[in-house]
Write a protein that binds this ligand. Structure first.
Ligand code: IPM
Ligand code: MN
Length: 349
């Protein structure tokens, strides 16, 4: 198989972790006789520094003409504490999501047996935890009208269309069919009108999926249940902002946010990235955990290219490395560096 992959390392530790995923993909291409063509492009703070734009046209065009996108991280502290700046790194990612129509963000939450002790939760609570959050990614308050009024007040608005909800909800139902056949819609339907539209729409759609159990849960309760009884979830479906917050929360129970991959599914091209951010403190130190990015590359092989066997080979190698006690400092008491973990996983494929 021959595929063109756009590589967007971005900011902070992005370049370091992406480099490890590339090594892994190169190993897979040799071992399984595929040809992956990698093309790098700028995004985020590093793109602003060089071009003044967080998403140069060149990058967007490359993404549009690629078969998949591998993404590192975005963000830089020099922008975080200055709310008056008009150009911000995050705009690059948001524009990319919108331009490519990346409507469904898949974030699997899985606990590795060997890492249970690293979780802040008791081991008994971690038994059987295996769920996926499907976060709507191109609607809601992230993309609604926002601004300041004449008297200096500020506003952000959230809008959802029925079609936008159906598209991502279908994705969640189809995924649940391949799993434990349970979908939990997380919303705030006791307060928000958009949430009531989500509920109505999902209830209607559920009639087409009689084999799936649908459950509705308010976001405040869901935030609590993810800590109290995370094993009760299978597929969580939610809107953009709730999904952003819940997935950071959920990542903590797995022991390290550095372990978690994600896929953002688009109509044509999809994007794959670790869920951790740019982790500026660790930038350039060769200490960040590359496993979230490596597992994102595995998701790319599986979901974008249908290379299930190859994806499994990466996942098995990661699992083996962890079981043998290898890991970066967030997960191992005898830590290896970012590049050493990359090499270890490559050698285990
Ligand atoms: C994420 C990130 C982004 C988001 C930021 C960088 C805009 O936190 O992918 O979860 O809020 O969606
Ligand atoms: Mn986030």
């Amino acid at each position: 198989m021959r595929k063109k992959i756009a590589v967007l390392p971005g900011d902070g530790v992005g370049p370091e972790v992406v480099e490890q995923a590339l090594k892994v993909l190169k190993k897979v291409s040799t071992k399984f006789h595929h040809e992956f063509l990698f093309k790098n492009a700028l995004i985020g703070a590093s793109a602003i520094d060089k071009t003044r734009s967080p998403l140069p046209d060149e990058t967007l065009n490359l993404c549009k003409s690629s078969d998949a996108i591998l993404f590192g991280a975005i963000g830089d502290p020099k922008y975080d504490n200055n709310p008056t700046l008009k150009v911000r790194p995050e705009q690059g990612l948001l524009k990319l999501r919108k331009s490519l129509g990346l409507y469904a963000n898949i974030r699997p939450i899985r606990v590795f047996e060997k890492l249970k002790a690293k979780s802040p939760l008791k081991e008994t609570i971690l038994d059987g935890v295996d769920f996926v959050v499907i976060r709507e990614l191109i609607g809601g308050i992230y993309f609604g009208e926002r601004g300041r009024t004449e008297n200096g007040d500020a506003f952000d608005t959230s809008t959802y269309s029925k079609e936008g909800i159906i598209r991502v909800a279908k994705f969640a139902f189809e995924l649940a069919r391949k799993r434990n056949k349970q979908v939990t819609l997380v919303d705030k339907a006791n307060v928000l009108e958009t949430s009531r539209l989500w509920r109505e729409t999902v209830e209607e759609l559920a009639k087409k999926y009689p084999d799936i159990t649908v459950e509705f849960m308010f976001i405040d309760n869901a935030a609590m249940q993810i800590i109290k009884k995370p094993s009760s979830f299978d597929v969580i479906l939610t809107e953009n902002m709730f999904g952003d917050i819940l997935t950071d929360e959920a990542s903590v129970i797995t022991g390290s946010i550095g372990m978690l991959p994600s896929a953002s599914i688009g109509e044509k091209t999809s994007l794959y990235e670790p869920i951790h951010g740019s982790y500026p403190k660790a930038k350039g130190t060769n200490t960040a955990n590359p496993i979230g990015t490596i597992l994102s590359a595995a998701m790319m092989l599986d979901l974008s290219f249908g290379l299930t066997k190859e994806a499994k080979a990466i996942e098995n190698a990661v699992e083996k490395a962890i079981n043998q006690g290898y890991g970066t400092k967030d997960i191992s008491d005898n830590p290896l560096s970012t590049s050493e973990i990359g090499d270890k996983i490559v050698s285990l494929i």
